[in-house]
Structures are given as structure tokens and as C-alpha cells.
Ligand binder design. Sequence first.
Ligand code: ADP
Length: 498
Amino acid sequence: MNKRYLMALDQGTTSSRAILFTFEGAMIASASLEFTQHYPRPGWVEHDPADILNTQIESMRAVVRKAGIDPEEIAAIGITNQRETTLLWDKRTGQVLHNAIVWQCRRTAEQVDRLIQDGLAPMVREKTGLVPDAYFSGTKIRWLLDHLTLQEKAQNGNICFGTVDTFLVWNLVEKHPFVTDATNASRTMLFNLHTQDWDDDLLHMLNIPKAMLPRIADSTEVVGMLRKDILGASIPVAAIAGDQHAALFGQACFEEGMVKNTYGTGCFMLMNIGEQFRLSQSNLITTMAWRIQGKPVYAFEGSVFMGGATLQWLRDELKLIGSSPESEQIAKGVPSTGGVYLVPAFTGLGAPYWDMYARGTLVGMTRGTSGAHIVRAALESIAYQSADLFDAMGRDAGISNPVLRVDGGASANRFLMQFQADILNAKVQRPAVTETTGLGVALMAGLSLGIYSDLQDTARSWHVQETFLPQMNEAARLPLLKGWHKAVAAAQFWAKED
Ligand code: ADP
């Protein structure tokens, strides 16, 4: 049977998806199933592992049915996943021991505060590239071992820890391989970016037995064959990567300095910083981009807390728009914001400001300010926040980049993309396939099987759909940026203690 397709499994926070691509990177079908979020206490978030597994398997079957293909035509499968989410299971029986603790879950925040008070943050940062946070898997494992009194069993090698990729491979692949990849490992706070292995000091810091940790594979590695009962065919599972890393790959950001930004609820920006480990001065995270044939490539990562969610706020709370896409026409209806800036620091500001106390601010209003000005200011705020990240990344990496590649729901907004290009004074490229997470891990699987000969060859499967060229001159751009930074200062000043 001719092999023609690559399948991506995209196990996300709210849904599991399966997507089929041709070798040329065209998406031919996708299927997605949502599952229940569990909030056992305020700030706690869990998933039922059976839901994760069942929705993933059913979405695979659904996409094959929908596309009307023979599963034998699938050359390889890649797995990409919500990162940091933590599971434990019994090595002998495979039985999971607790609900998955989701990345968003804050239950270990105090434990992290204690690590910081004990002066351990610099060591964590130097070894892992991370800023200690409850978000990462390490303290979640500690919580589970304590809560379920499993320390001894774990020490004896009877317990498996896995992020979602490891859990899926264990359950979907023949002979239960116990494996993760370097990108997922880099989100545990236990992985040393320099040695590319689990780190004894970090394990000691959290008293986590090494015996419970999976082998760390390259992102492009055949880890085994899909169980035949799932699709009726035996297919190599040939790549694993966390979702943001896969998206960077799916945007073909293969050269040092290339950046992608995903405009979803929040924005996630990653820059390929090459083969040399670096720490950012702006407290951006250093993480794996991917590891191919044993060679690590690193990335800077930063996020904007309020991206598309700012539009949801305009829709649901201020009722200034009926839907997020409507914002485009409304914003274009006025020539500028008329001096209005919205700083949507509703939950503080991330990199490069790192001010958890800053609060939302609307400045510069006059008697003539209308709803349209505010809608426009909201869209522009997404671009300004992304520009702050982009500039910090370039500065900290010592690499200036003339191009930004974009994806995610709000990248459909042409006003926003043009303003982004203008304010960055850089070219913004939106690809034909904006499912870059799925595409990325599918391409990794293709590379791993030799369907693509190298990264250059892989990059041929990335196609630009629309390019936004910067059109604003410096005389217009610099005062706008100055105004934005003054507005940010106002948001920070407002929240300062008297
Ligand atoms: P997530 O994966 O975080 O759920 P998506 O990539 O699905 O996000 O994008 C959804 C977000 O994008 C929402 O916050 C929504 O407000 C925003 N969005 C969707 N379409 C548009 C648009 N045309 N203009 C501006 N924002 C949009």
C-alpha cells in the first residue's frame, strides 16, 4: 500500500484532536473531541486520564473515517500535547493512580514559594532555563507522591511518571514503551538543558526517585508501533513534541532568530536561539526547541496573558462587539485610537515587565472617544504586548529578526496583523495551514522516517498564505510605542502601594 499521509495527534487542554496531512503539508481532514475539565477546588485543575485516552483514540478513528482513507496509507504518527500536565501510573498494571494534574493547576504554589525562599531559584534557572513555578511538573509529582504515599513504591521502580505524551505512548504503542522527548522533559523542572538528561540535584531538591522517570528520546525518533487494534494498521509513532515546540517547527522556524507567535486566548511566542544555551535578561524562559539526532536546539519562550481574551472581554463584559471577528471592521472604521491606549493587565503583566500587581488601564480618553476607538485600542494592545516580547527576545538573544510567523485564532484578523507588522517594523507571515502544532509534529514524524531528507527539505511543506509588510514610518511608529510604554507605566503605577 502506498504511504501518503502523516497523522498528528494533538492532545490539548480542552480537546483531543487527530489531523491528517499530505507529505506536502496540506491538511486533508481533522477530528476533535472535547472532554470535561475538573475543578476540585478553586485554582485546582484536573483531567480524567480515561477521557484523555478515549477522546484521543476516538478522534483518530473519526479522522480516518472522515477522510475515507485506508489507515495503511499513513506513513507515520507524531504526538504533540498540552505540556507539564502530570500523571502517575502503576508500572505493572498500567493503572493510573490519580487524575492528571493540569499545567494550570496552582495547588503547589506554596511549595514553589518555599523553594524560592530557600534560595534555589538561581540553580533551577541555570540548569533548566525555567523560572520556578507551580506550572511545571516537578512539584506536581512531589504533591502526588505525598498525597498518595507512594515514595517507597516509586523508589522501588514500581511507579511511572509521565507527561501526556508519555502516557499516550505507553497506552497506544505496542509493548508499552516508557519514554518522553526532550521538549516535554524540559517542562518538568527536572531536566538539565546542558547535559540533556534528568538532573540529580533537581531530583534531590524535590526528593523524586529517578526510577519513576521515562527515557528521554529525541523529538524525532521512532518510539514504537501503534497498537494494531486502534486503527487496524501497524504505524510507526515517529515523533513527540510539546505543543508550542511543535508549533515552532510547524512554522519552519529552523534558523536561529526565527520567531513564531500564536494568537489564541493568550499569545505564545517562541524564538529559535540555535544550538547554544542562553539565559534571557528579561526573565524569558529558555526551553528546548527540539532535539534531532541528539543535537539540542534551544528557544526563548514568552507569553502574553491577555491576547484574544481581550476581545472576549469586550464582547462579554463591555458588550462593545458581538463577536471577536467583528472587531476588525469596527477598528478599521476609525483612523486611529485617537490617543487611547488599553493595557489589559487584568491579571498582571508577563515578560518583559513581570508585574503581577499591575491592573487593567484605559488612558487618553477625550469627549470624542467612541466604542470603536476602544475596540481598536484593544486589538492594538495585543500587538504592542507581542512587540514588547519580540523586542526583548531579539535583544536578549543578540539576534534581530525581520520576520514574525503567526498562527492561532486571532491571526485571522487582518487589521491586527497589519498593525503588528507596522509596530514591529517587521514582516508578518501567516501560513496556509494555521494548524501549526499538528503540522509541526507531523513534519517531525516525516523527518524521522526519512520522508524529508533534512530541515531544508522539511521547510518546503510550509507555505505562506499572506504576508503583511510594515507600512508605517518611524515618525508615526515611535510616538505610538512611546505612548504604549507610558500607558504600561500607568498600569503599573496605579497598582503600586501608597
Ligand atoms: P485557544 O487555542 O487559546 O482557545 P484559538 O486559537 O482558538 O485560542 O483562538 C481563540 C481566540 O482568538 C479567542 O480569544 C478569540 O477572541 C480570538 N479570535 C478569534 N477570531 C478572531 C478575530 N477574527 N479577531 C480577533 N480575535 C479573534
